[in-house]
Design a protein. Structure first.
Length: 596
């Protein structure tokens, strides 16, 4: 497994997808998915070219039926005729026959273990061991048929497990869990191994960043036990659009890239597919800067686990630490107009109650000890830690740490700091402090989400402080924008909810309506509903499953038709699209979740 503190990329096997190689020592590849009708050759080819020209190295198309799979041949030929030989991927759900056809024409076929043989309808949700194995044999035999075609034509296969579409069989045995996702994948991998089929890449996706990260880490651990080293495709499903989509994707994907995991990525935004590529490239380039950094010497806390969320236990001080939600500290600029929890100016922290506290440095602690003075805030980094300072923190239980780092791998060094606190039973709250030498908001969103997100997902951090320095960093980015990034990271990590969360898929050929238009309409009507989760899904592939984590769902049911859900329960079926947003508002009001 990976080193907690030092960046080293996971050693995966190398596979071929057409002219592109994945894994091993190859670069991390970026890709996207078309949202055109796959039967529309002209528009599909034009959009694919736009993705390639933006820097996309692999392009995926939906193939919901045999007809769409057959037309991939025409798309492939038209691209060749225009001088483009980018590898194409067929995205398959519910229709194994379409996978067989697509494998004859495109370089890779993505299958979803949760619905590869379609929806299995049974009289009872319970499975005996015999029924469980019988269904597996059916899946295995059907999957072997696709692998035989793949071998014949030199194709690759992506085993793409989605949290929102685990099979009833897996749900029955493992529940709606990362373990269920892993077991679903391992079954298919075992078939690949038995059939001597090696051009395999895997994805484990969820709209919940915690579930996605834990599932991938658990899968890597299980593959290591079985001497499997398949490359991994990373992505967060239904991440949304705009700032929220970028932050949520960077939190989930960035966490795993920091772990050294990942061979190809897709940033799934509810925008035009070519808009995903610059975001993906920027994220990869940023993490790759940590290659070859100076070694961080640290000792891992033996009880720490990477497979589930456990918030580090801290002593509550003011409204920081303990069971309280993480706070946001901001540079003081015009007071509390942006509503952070605390402000900092000239090395003093200001609270909303009007209290002012000095911030001490590690160099000042010796004098503090001599004077027996109390301190509320101290700024530290990992190299500052020594026996005297650790003893001081143990005695000064009402002290809050502002943790910063100047290391090339700041995430690794901050992890080392937290493990040192855990090993020494130090319970002081810690606010994560980061300064970014960037001057555009989009870059800040990606870098802050990637760096801070992984620490919150690991259970570290009682607050966040994105530092603004007019002379050096974030010069043209306003404090309200920085504030929004800080709160956005906390929400994407599921540690503090301060606004409506929209779980929206990237559109594809299955989408039943104009996704971007609908998202804008839903947001216009509901964005004031603090803390509510609303899913906006183009079709039923992941809709009901991903909506288990949402309060309400808006799902395409057919051309011009929408179904509305509360949790997993469908309450309105096949209503006209032009009435759907109003009906959604009525549904929220009827269930007591509306406020003006």
């Amino acid at each position: 497994m990976y080193n907690q503190f030092n960046y080293n990329r996971r050693k995966s096997s190398t596979i071929r997808v057409g002219k592109v190689y994945l894994g091993g020592s190859q670069p991390i590849r970026v890709q996207s998915m078309a949202n055109t009708d796959t039967n529309d050759t002209q528009n599909s080819v034009a959009q694919c070219i736009r993705i390639v020209e933006a820097g996309g190295e692999i392009v995926r198309f939906t193939a919901q039926g045999v007809r769409e799979a057959e037309n991939l041949k025409n798309i492939r030929e038209a691209l060749f005729n225009k001088g483009f030989d980018v590898p194409l991927v067929a995205d398959i759900h519910f229709n194994a026959n379409a996978a067989d056809v697509a494998a004859q024409y495109v370089e890779k076929v993505r299958v979803n273990p949760g619905n590869f043989i379609g929806l299995v309808r049974r009289d009872s949700p319970d499975y005996t061991e015999e029924a469980y194995q019988a269904e597996y044999e059916k899946i295995k035999n059907r999957f072997k048929q696709l692998l035989d075609i793949g071998k014949e034509h030199g194709r690759a296969v992506r085993i793409g497990v989605n949290h929102g579409s685990l099979s009833e069989r897996m749900m029955n045995r493992w529940g709606d869990t990362p373990r269920g996702m892993v077991e679903s994948c391992l079954e298919f991998l075992q078939v690949c191994r038995e059939e001597d089929f090696h051009d395999v890449v895997i994805s484990m996706k969820a709209s919940n960043t915690l579930s996605m990260v834990h599932a991938v880490r658990l899968l890597v651990s299980e593959m290591d036990k079985h001497d499997m080293h398949y490359p991994l495709h990373l992505g967060v499903t239904e991440a949304g659009d705009g700032e929220d989509g970028r932050i949520k994707s960077a939190v989930g994907i960035g966490a795993l890239l920091h772990d050294g995991i990942g061979d190809t990525i897709r940033v799934s935004l509810s925008e035009e597919p070519e808009a995903e590529i610059p975001v993906a490239k920027q994220l990869v380039d940023y993490i790759m800067q940590k290659n070859g950094h100076a070694e961080i010497i640290a000792e891992e806390f033996p009880e720490f686990t990477i497979f589930e969320y456990n918030k580090r236990k801290t002593t509550p001080v003011l409204n920081i630490g303990g069971d309280q939600v993480p706070v946001v500290l901001m540079n003081r600029d015009g007071g509390f107009t942006t509503v952070p929890d605390y402000l900092l100016k000239e090395n003093q922290v200001f609270s909303q109650t009007g209290a002012v506290y000095p911030v001490f440095s590690a160099k000042e602690t010796e004098q503090l000890i001599q004077d027996r003075a109390e301190m509320k805030f101290i700024r530290l980094s990992y190299p500052d830690l020594n026996e005297n300072l650790i003893n001081l923190l143990k005695n000064q239980k009402e002290t809050i740490i502002l943790l910063s780092s100047d290391h090339a791998n700041q995430v690794g060094e901050m992890r080392a700091f937290f493990h040192a606190l855990l090993n020494n039973k130090v319970l002081n709250p810690v606010i994560l402090c980061r300064k970014y030498m960037v001057d555009d908001l989009a870059t800040l969103q990606i870098q802050a989400a990637a760096d801070l997100g992984v620490l919150f997902l690991d259970g570290f951090g009682d607050g966040v402080f994105i530092e603004k320095d007019e002379e050096k960093s974030l010069k043209s980015i306003g404090v309200e924008q920085i504030n929004a990034v800080a709160f956005g990271v906390l929400q994407a990590c599921r540690v503090r909810v301060t606004k409506t969360e929209y779980i929206s898929c990237p559109s594809c050929g299955r989408t039943m309506f104009n996704l971007q238009t609908v998202i804008a309409r839903v947001k216009a009507s509901t964005s004031h509903l603090k803390g509510l989760k609303i899913a906006i899904m183009g079709c039923i592939v992941n809709g009901p499953g991903e909506m288990a984590d949402a309060d309400y769902g808006y799902v395409g049911a057919g051309r011009g038709k929408v179904s509305l859900y509360k949790k997993k329960e469908i309450l309105e079926k096949n209503i006209n699209e032009d009435e759907a947003v109003d009906k959604l508002v009525e549904l929220i009001k009827a269930n007591g979740d509306w406020h003006d």
